[in-house]
Design a protein. Structure first.
Ligand code: GRF
Length: 194
């Protein structure tokens, strides 16, 4: 039997997507193992979630390093040590640089709360509402050097219909928590059949 795909989840905040992915690995919807949580925010709630789930976590402060290249080289070492095969970004608020992109070429994915290519970058939900867009939604995509520009893997959308921010946000998170594990499972299935 093939070993389960080993993932590292990168997050900077609450970590509800980490939780959804972790839960999916536990109930069999996602045939993978989260072996490491990485955060650039030592106070991020995702660390509490990782602790509860008994998943190893590593937090670092980018300011302690000379450059992005320096901290990414340190991360590659940690990731390789843990046998990580895929990087799963879930609310990680930093652009990925050449060191990680090279080490994990075509094996870094992200989830973004808009129907890309519309509204990349920060506060995508706020951008969607401020623009009066008809549709809100979620995109799972590969990560490249740009800001939310990598190849799209999956999208799901719904009409905004004058709903307030709280409602739109809740719907987006509900979609994210289903779509991320689902699309990762499909991606890993495709990888195994080639
Ligand atoms: C999610 O909306 C995700 O799409 C975006 O950042 C948010 C992270 O939420 N990239 P959480 O920390 O997983 O709760």
């Amino acid at each position: 039997m093939k070993n389960r795909t080993k993932l590292a989840v990168f997050a900077s905040g609450n970590g509800s997507n980490f939780q959804a992915l972790y839960d999916a690995t536990q109930d069999g919807r996602l045939d993978a193992e989260i072996v490491l949580v990485i955060t650039d925010k030592p106070s991020a709630f995702v660390l509490e979630r990782a602790k509860q789930a008994e998943v190893s976590a590593f937090s670092f402060n980018p300011r302690d390093y000379e450059s992005k290249q320096a901290y990414e080289s340190m991360l590659v070492e940690k990731l390789e040590e843990a046998g990580v095969e895929w990087l799963v970004l879930a609310g990680f608020m930093r652009l990925i640089g050449p060191v990680l992109l090279t080490a994990y070429e075509n094996r870094i994915v992200n989830i973004h709360p808009s129907v890309l290519p519309a509204f990349p970058g920060k506060d995508a939900i706020g951008q969607t509402l401020a623009a009066g867009a008809e549709m809100a939604g979620v995109t799972v995509h590969f990560v490249d050097e740009g800001m939310d520009t990598g190849m799209i893997i999956a999208q799901r959308s719904f009409p905004v219909n004058g709903q307030n921010r709280e409602t739109v946000e809740r719907k987006i998170h509900d979609i994210e928590h289903q779509l991320y594990p689902e699309s990762l499972q499909q991606l890993f299935n495709r990888q195994q059949s080639v």
